[in-house]
Design a protein around this ligand. Structure first.
Ligand code: NAD
Ligand code: TYD
Length: 352
């Protein structure tokens, strides 16, 4: 069996659901259920005996030790994290606690477990750490995309905390020989993404007749990957990646934010011909320290592990919009008190 951390979040729940489409191997899912964790994402496998959900913190050494002893996983996929840049600007503490200290404590507990495995299981064990392209910092317009050799230059509290966790993971390989794998992926989108991130926020606001807030000039560039392509890349790295190695994952889909928002408006107008969602686009005050451009060079994983994304941006964004149109009650359930408080906090000061 495998242990997935953060498996009730956006990528984690997609990963677990996808895992059971490809495999009968059991999953232990450890998730703290912060504001971003949602058991509704896993409703379709609520009674599946292959799925063992445990609410808890990756930094809880006693709990993680007990889980490892009981379930004896052959691999750990570490997705648990605080993941939103804007929240890290408003309150970095949780990012330090989970992304740095939590990962450190998880590594320590896993190292003790791994040390006690027999030689055969020790060799095949894997700790796969899921990270982000944001650790590499911001690119200028014409600079080549990030390769795995690009130096770390994180610029937000979020990316700095993820960079720290990556360094710890690498150190546990170098120093203790723990068989780790690291993946650094570009911006994901798809079903179950919490509507604080660009794409779901724009879909949800458009449908609610609310402003579509573009930070600054909207010309910042991100590289977008449909979430199930990220999941297939993680499975591929787990199956065939070399311990100690890093694999960049991306969709070769660089787009300025304004283009993404225009595409969402145009597609929504196909299903709502009476509406003009473009009219809701509103330019607001920029994010402090806003990274201008991210771009992933995914040639290493393509060449060495024969992985390629299945979705284009056009197919992925259509699926995503359809998913949100089909899951209105999921959206309503999320937009409770704490969500509204966050939206007020983040956007109140941005109105120009
Ligand atoms: P998310 O915020 O949707 O989900 C994170 C999950 O982790 C939540 O279910 C939350 O409850 C859980 N969690 C938080 N703190 C925890 C703790 N201390 N112990 C146990 N569980 C905890 O994030 P996501 O977008 O699904 O991202 C998952 C991972 O992928 C993160 O490590 C993130 O840095 C990385 N990543 C995300 C993207 C993206 O575009 N979303 C891109 C590249 C990499
Ligand atoms: P986001 O989804 O927060 O991901 P990240 O900051 O990790 O890349 O934001 C993606 C881009 O969209 C980023 O350049 C900031 C921008 N953005 C807006 O313009 N308006 C918004 O309301 C949000 C949430 C993001």
């Amino acid at each position: 069996m495998i242990l997935v951390t953060g498996g009730a979040g956006f990528i984690g729940s997609n990963f677990v659901l996808d895992w059971f489409k490809q495999s009968d191997e059991d999953v232990v899912n450890l998730d703290l259920l912060t504001y971003a964790g949602n058991l509704q994402n896993l409703a379709t496998i609520a009674n599946d005996p292959r799925h063992n959900f445990i609410q808890g913190n990756i930094g809880d050494i006693v709990l993680v030790k007990k889980i490892l002893a009981q379930y004896q996983p052959r691999a750990i996929i570490n997705l648990a994290a605080e993941s939103h840049v804007d929240r890290s600007i408003h309150g970095p503490e949780d990012f330090i606690q989970t992304n740095i200290l939590g990962t450190f404590r998880l590594l320590e507990t896993v190292r003790a477990y791994w040390n006690d495995l027999d030689e055969m299981r020790k060799k095949t064990f894997r700790f796969l750490h899921v990270s982000t392209d944001e650790v590499y910092g911001s690119l200028s317009a014409k600079a080549p995309a990030f390769t795995e050799m690009h130096r770390y230059e994180p610029s937000s509290p979020y990316s700095a905390s993820k960079a720290s966790s990556d360094h710890l993971v690498h150190a546990y390989h170098h120093t203790y020989g723990l068989p780790v794998l690291t993946t650094n992926c570009s911006n994901n989108y798809g079903p179950f993404q919490f509507p604080e991130k660009l794409i779901p926020l724009m879909i949800v606001n458009a449908l609610a007749g609310k402003p579509l807030p573009i930070y600054g000039d909207g010309l910042q560039i991100r590289d977008w990957l449909y979430v199930t392509d990220h999941c297939s890349a993680i499975r591929r790295v787990l199956a065939a990646g070399n311990p100690g190695e890093t694999y960049n994952i991306g969709g070769w889909n660089e787009k300025p934010n304004i283009e993404i928002v225009n595409a969402i408006c145009t597609l929504l107008e196909e299903t709502h011909p009476q509406s003009n969602f473009h009219d809701q686009i509103t330019y607001v005050q920029d994010r402090p320290g806003h990274d201008v451009r991210y771009a992933i060079d995914a040639r290493k994983i393509e060449r060495e592990l024969d992985w390629k994304p299945l979705e284009t941006f056009d197919t992925g964004i259509r699926k995503t919009i359809q998913w949100y149109l089909d899951h209105k009650s999921w959206i309503t359930d999320i937009q409770k008190g704490t969500y509204r408080e966050w939206i007020e906090q983040n956007y109140a000061e941005r109105s120009k």
